[in-house]
Structure formats: C-alpha cells, structure tokens
Design a protein. Structure first.
Length: 77
C-alpha cells in the first residue's frame, strides 16, 4: 500500500503500558484516494541525507481537520 501523508499541527500523547510519548497526527490518502491518518512518534532521515532540510520542512504544518479532532475509540482498545 502506498500512502501520501502531510503533517499537521496536532500533537497527542499516547500511553502504552507505563510509557507516554508525544505523537504528531499526519493526514493523507492512499493511492486509491481513501482518507487516512497516522500517529507518528518518531521520524528520521538517513545519515547521508540532508537532515537540515528535512527538519526545516518538518516544521511546516497545516491545521488538522475535524476528522482527527479526537482519537477514535477503536484505536485505543
């Protein structure tokens, strides 16, 4: 599956067991046009890639849509 994602300004806290981590919500679509969102806790580039450019681009966010206003219960259980 191929998904194109765009980072948003919404950050949530995810707790798994005893550990809580921040996760930025990314929104996008699959190659077939199905809307989706992802909770990204970590992202990095390879050692030989331009990390400065990547980090600069990563700071550009858009407002999250109403669809990700709350984490759906089905993702918590």
């Amino acid at each position: 599956m191929k998904v194109t994602l765009e980072n948003t300004d919404k950050v949530v806290l995810l707790t798994l067991g005893e550990v809580t981590v921040p996760a930025r919500i990314w929104e996008g679509t699959t190659a077939n046009g199905i809307a989706c969102h992802a909770y990204i806790t970590r992202i990095a580039v390879g050692d030989t890639d331009n990390a400065a450019e990547f980090e600069r681009d990563l700071k550009e966010t858009r407002k999250a849509s109403a669809a990700v206003g709350a984490i759906p219960l089905r993702l918590i259980l």
